[in-house]
Design a protein. Structure first.
Length: 420
């Protein structure tokens, strides 16, 4: 490929990435707004910690059931249309939250809304990530997925800050109203600017072929690491941090616990979003996908250990920033590596499978985290999460070797083809 062709491919890939990014950013804002609010609203209306954990995890339950369906629909109809439908479902969910706040049965409405949020967010986020894999070839896949994942990551902390501030100043109802408007704007933006990228047309694969392809040991390793990351960060930490901040009386500029926890989580997720483009470039350089993911694990584990013993706001903030950097280094290479391992016509199903494992970890995390917090103590959930991530280190090391062997084989095939 000539220099001019390389430059053109780079510009096209970056343009596609930046066109996908706004929709997933705005989608993340809606979810971020409600997350620091729901636990304390639940406590105020007399819900138990176990039921609050179930509410927080129920969107993951809905996504677990729907992720494979979402991936199949995206492979068949394209990521853009499914992404828009998912965002419109999120608008409906925000209306259910409003009914829960203003009506007489908030527990039921919160639970049903979070269950419905699962299919909506599955369509939105699996669609966005599949579009990112379609947007570039393997040489630029890490960079493109880094931009899209950064947009997803920045949307959530922006929502956390907005939700915490609005709830603290104007009340819970106003926060849900803003989240509803954000989801509506996201659907309009996605419809207008997101490119309709699809795999080349071809015969539809039966489910048995897809299952056999996704049973590859390398894909299973990628899914296992995604499970661990979601268990620790998206599940356990996000669900329990507001309760830990309140119990340890940690404050940030005199803010209320829900407002302070929103800012703390925003620092973590912003650090993750900031490092994802860098992680994407590292993953593209010499196909270092698995090695970059392993570096992420090595950064996240001490962050969790520090979080377990943090007794002041400074240590807590340092722990969360470490975890954000580590999770950013982990998530992008895993998605890029998945794109290397599956054919284009199966990318939606593969991303749906990856999200299924992640959401399983994200479902177990809040349930186990809130139960351990109530039964064992404030530090227990974070020690458990650090132990789970430590189990991923040998898995990442094996995947690094498998990736290097695969890259060497590709180079030999390319050389033999050129000689012939």
């Amino acid at each position: 490929m000539s220099r001019a062709e390389t430059d053109l491919a780079y510009r096209q890939a970056m343009a596609r990435a930046w066109a996908i990014a706004p929709g997933v950013f705005l989608a993340g804002i809606g979810g971020g707004i409600v997350f620091p609010i729901l636990p304390l609203v639940g406590l105020r209306v007399g819900l138990s910690l176990a039921f609050i954990g179930l509410i927080l995890a129920s969107n993951r339950i809905g996504r677990i059931l729907f992720n494979p369906v979402a991936g199949s629909l995206i492979d068949r109809y394209g990521g853009k249309s499914m992404m828009v439908i998912g965002l419109l479902i999120e608008v409906v969910v925000m209306g259910m939250y409003l009914l829960g706040v203003s009506g007489g049965n908030p527990g039921t409405m919160f639970l049903l809304g979070r269950l419905l949020w699962g299919p909506g967010s599955a369509l939105a986020f699996v669609g966005g990530q599949t579009l990112a894999l379609h947007a570039a070839g393997p040489e630029l896949r890490g960079r493109v997925t880094g931009i899209v994942r950064a947009a997803m990551g920045l949307g959530t902390p922006a929502g956390l800050v907005v939700g915490g501030v609005i709830a603290g100043v104007w009340g819970d109802r106003a926060a849900f109203e803003v989240a509803m408007v954000a989801a509506l704007i996201a659907s309009a933006v996605a419809l207008r600017v997101v490119p309709d990228l699809k795999a080349p047309p071809g015969p539809r694969r039966p489910w048995s072929d897809i299952v056999r392809a996704l049973a590859d040991r390398r894909i299973a390793a990628v899914a296992g690491l995604n499970f661990m990351a979601f268990f620790a960060v998206q599940g356990l930490v996000l669900a329990t941090l507001v309760l830990v901040v309140a119990a340890r009386h940690l404050t940030l500029f005199g803010m209320a616990p829900e407002t302070a926890s929103g800012f703390f989580l925003a620092f973590m997720l912003s650090a993750s979003a900031a490092v994802t483009p860098v992680a994407g470039r590292m993953a593209d350089r010499g196909r270092m996908r698995a090695q970059t993911a392993g570096i992420g694990l090595c950064i996240m584990i001490p962050g969790l250990l520090l979080l377990a013993v943090a007794s002041d706001a400074g240590r807590l903030l340092g722990a969360l920033i470490l975890m954000g950097i580590g999770s950013g280094c982990l998530s992008v290479p895993l998605l890029a590596l998945l794109g290397d391992l599956v054919p284009p016509e199966m990318r939606g199903s593969a991303v749906g499978g990856l999200q299924l494992f992640g959401d399983t970890g994200g479902t177990i995390g809040p349930i186990l985290g809130t139960a351990a917090l109530g039964a064992i103590g404030l530090s227990a959930p974070f020690f458990i999460a650090a132990g789970v991530l430590a189990l991923g280190l040998p898995l990442a090391w094996w995947l690094r070797g498998a990736e290097r062997r695969g890259t060497a084989t590709e180079l030999r095939v390319a050389v033999e083809h050129a000689r012939s």
